[in-house]
Design a protein around this ligand. Sequence first.
Ligand SMILES: Cc1cc2nc3c(=O)[nH]c(=O)nc-3n(C[C@H](O)[C@H](O)[C@H](O)COP(=O)(O)OP(=O)(O)OC[C@H]3O[C@@H](n4cnc5c(N)ncnc54)[C@H](O)[C@@H]3O)c2cc1C
Length: 466
Amino acid sequence: MENLERDVVIIGAGPSGLTAAWELKKTGLSVAVLEARDRVGGRTWTDIVDGALLEIGGQWVSPDQTALKGMLDELGLETYDRYREGDSVYIGADGTRTRYTGDMFPVSAATEGEMNRLIEVLDRLAAEAGPETPWKHPEARALDTISFHHWLRQQSSDEEACNNIGLFIAGGMLTKPAHAFSALQAVLMAASAGSFSNLVDENFILDKRVVGGMQQVSERLADRLGDDVVLSSPVRTLRWEGDAGTNGGGNHSNGVTAVSDTVTVKARYAVMAVPPNLYSRVSYEPPLPRRQHQMHQHQSLGLVIKVHAVYPTPFWRAEGLSGTGFSASSIVQEVYDNTNHEDSRGTLVGFVSDEKADAMFRLTPEARRQTILESIAGFLGSEALTPEVYYESDWGSEEWTRGAYATSYDLGGLHRYGPDQLTPVGPIHWSCSDLAAEGYQHVEGAIRMGQDTARNILDLASTEGA
Ligand SMILES: Cc1cc2nc3c(=O)[nH]c(=O)nc-3n(C[C@H](O)[C@H](O)[C@H](O)COP(=O)(O)OP(=O)(O)OC[C@H]3O[C@@H](n4cnc5c(N)ncnc54)[C@H](O)[C@@H]3O)c2cc1C
């Protein structure tokens, strides 16, 4: 067992932990980043599968993501546009397939009116609540104690409108059924992306990709940190000293020791840069305060299968199709052209979310592949049935993540615990995309949190004389 002494020990080498480490190291503090996996990047992971470069985890960049774009510039990484020429496809609840252009699904005039009205209500609530402190909204408690599913049905009796609006947040973002999280959680999701309208606009939210893959953000940061990143080193115990305060936020200065499978790091501060559902994988000595014990049991990851299918050519483009398809009622509820930069092959990416993912995982791998490809073929034609490469990103099976894309609170949890979610406990700070305001659940939020956490520790270190 190696022993190290550093100013700050960071647990987790995803984009948040590595950003925090790099920001701290730039100012002259010493750091060690301990990572459980044998690679950096966490929920971003670019890999070659059967000869095809695939984004197994996070990949898209939207125009408002200024922290991510700044980081890409700093690291010398380029972006390219997602292919979006041609018609999109919508499959309605009765199975009717319709080609369309623009943002609005080809639904009846009445349903379109209801969808536009619901978008307006959600835009207003998102603007009022903002992403920083949604629990301070005057209606926070009422919105947090009703499921998004039931809230939508209080607003509108048009079932197709409710399902389509639900899709953007439930299957599309939180990857939980709309009955499993609150309307306030949906408002936070919208506010964190600038507005609900932005979430509905796939040309905004899924605008660009990183040439060569998103994982390079973490890889390039790790290169800069060199030997200060220790892989295959899951942290099992954090021994800390100091007064935690009632809800955290007590005395910060008495130090912490992180014990992993390969190394022990003695430091003044620790950054837990892992998703909240994994906090309890670490033993804290002494235990965390009651508030954290309770809060962490109310934050859970969603579930989505990200499906990759690679073809000799992007055959749908010849049909005048963009590759984009939506259907709240299909197994694959969203599909997009995900062809790599300057690649002659065509790649599609589809998403199977929450209860539909449960159903797919009950099938054999062969039956699951067939069912999923048939669903994609429903949007783009029978050529979709025979890809050269087929791969399912299965983050639910990853020990060091356990789901996708990120965590959200259960019903009532956001207004109850949100105000304390970032409060440090003695020397222990929390940093991940799951706790972000702007860029919540996204690489943007991970980077912002890493920057904020580094700033907070630097402030403390200067007042406490590090
Ligand atoms: C399928 C999928 C698609 C996505 N699509 C997008 C997208 O298009 N755009 C976007 O912006 N975002 C997307 N995301 C979300 C984005 O990837 C995450 O928000 C981001 O990676 C979170 O970064 P993080 O550093 O907060 O956490 P993570 O990336 O989860 O990093 C945490 C790290 O901590 C490590 N760890 C955990 N426990 C321990 C321990 N005890 N000891 C040591 N190390 C530990 C983990 O191994 C991991 O490396 C997607 C995610 C998934 C899974």
